[in-house]
Design a protein around this ligand. Structure first.
Ligand code: G3H
Ligand code: 13P
Ligand code: ZN
Length: 320
């Protein structure tokens, strides 16, 4: 059993309480490799933001979970070396079973998500409660989810949203004991969130209804990439084929972050930033074959993106 406390990591409890009060959200950035981790930490140290490092089941498969955990442990030291010890959470993104959550808790994660959102309501309650009971014995915090997001999630594709039903949240939160709740209000995973020609909006009215039911309770938004059109254009300019990639309006996310939304998940935008940079270098310098020559610029672009997110979208800059 490895405790996250011995690794210098923190759980989300205090961070979320402060974020809800302060009207900002903590960034939850996914990572699978060293350059992403470095960019996240460099950005968050530079703008003094707390951060949640997220690991999906796919990331565990790709990079090996022990290596990712050591990287998160390294990130704590790395931040200090860069000059500022920001609070760092290591979080399991979209855990789909008790066993997976337990494995992460036992190996140094400080926070886990149990995503029972695809299950019938009572099964979601039972599974989430079981994870909470185990996690809380180790002072690990738990995110649950109600409502289903459209888009791609670990190779499962849901065509339609099922918005979170405000009338269910009090029952879910009180019976499960979760520390935060992910909701579905029109965000979705991936780079193709909306149909072209529509006027994409997230349902801030449903968010307001939910907040009325559970005032001050920490709310999480998944699928919150904005799909910056300059990055899409750069990818396509250098040979990519991303057609009709559309994301969430940053202004709407800023509005949401001012309320009890205290964790905003961003993965796809980072993928776009890295891909745009790599495509540019390889296209302009076809003679290059040293990975540092394209992963270095990709890391720099990622860092810029993350600083922008903390400063402009989440409002977390200066809060560490
Ligand atoms: O919610 C999905 C995250 O973007 C993680 O994606 O399962 O491809 O690692 P992944
Ligand atoms: P995006 O695909 O919008 O970046 O969402 C990421 C996410 O929700 C990870 O859990
Ligand atoms: Zn997600």
């Amino acid at each position: 059993m490895i405790s996250y406390k011995d690794l210098g990591l923190v759980n989300t409890r205090e961070l979320f309480a402060k974020a809800v009060k302060g009207g900002y959200a903590i960034p939850a950035f996914n990572f699978n490799n060293m350059e992403q981790m470095q960019a996240i930490i460099q950005a968050c140290v530079e703008c003094k933001s707390p951060v949640i490092l997220q690991v999906s089941a796919g990331a565990r498969k790709y990079a090996n979970q022990t290596l990712l955990r050591y990287m998160a442990q390294g990130a704590v030291e790395y931040a200090k070396e860069l000059g500022y010890a920001i609070p760092i959470v290591l979080h399991l993104d979209h855990g789909n079973s008790f066993e997976l959550c337990k494995d992460c808790i036992d190996s140094g994660f400080s926070s886990v998500m149990i995503d029972g959102s695809h299950l019938p309501y009572e099964e979601n309650v039972a599974l989430t409660k079981k994870v909470v009971e185990y996690a809380h014995q180790h002072d690990v915090t738990v995110e649950g989810e109600l409502g289903v997001l459209a888009g791609v999630e670990d190779d499962v594709k849901a065509e339609e949203h099922t918005y979170t039903r405000p009338e269910e949240v009090v029952d879910f939160v009180s019976r499960t004991g979760v520390d935060s709740l992910a909701i579905s209000i029109g965000t979705s995973h991936g780079a193709y969130k909306f149909k072209p020609g529509t006027n994409p909006k997230i349902r801030l009215d449903i968010l307001a209804e939910i907040e009325k039911q559970i005032p001050g309770f920490p709310i999480v938004l998944h699928g919150s990439s904005s799909v910056p059109q300059d990055l899409v254009a750069q990818i396509n300019h250098f040979g990519g084929k991303l057609k009709d990639a559309i994301g969430i309006d940053e202004g709407q996310l800023r509005e949401a972050a001012k309320s009890a939304v205290c964790k905003i998940n961003i993965d796809s935008d980072g993928r776009l930033a890295m891909t745009a940079a790599v495509r540019k270098v390889l296209s302009e310098h076809p003679e290059e074959f040293d990975p540092r020559k394209y992963l270095g610029p990709a890391r720099d672009e990622l860092k810029k993106l993350y600083i922008h997110k903390c400063q402009v979208v989440l409002g977390s800059a200066g809060q560490a």
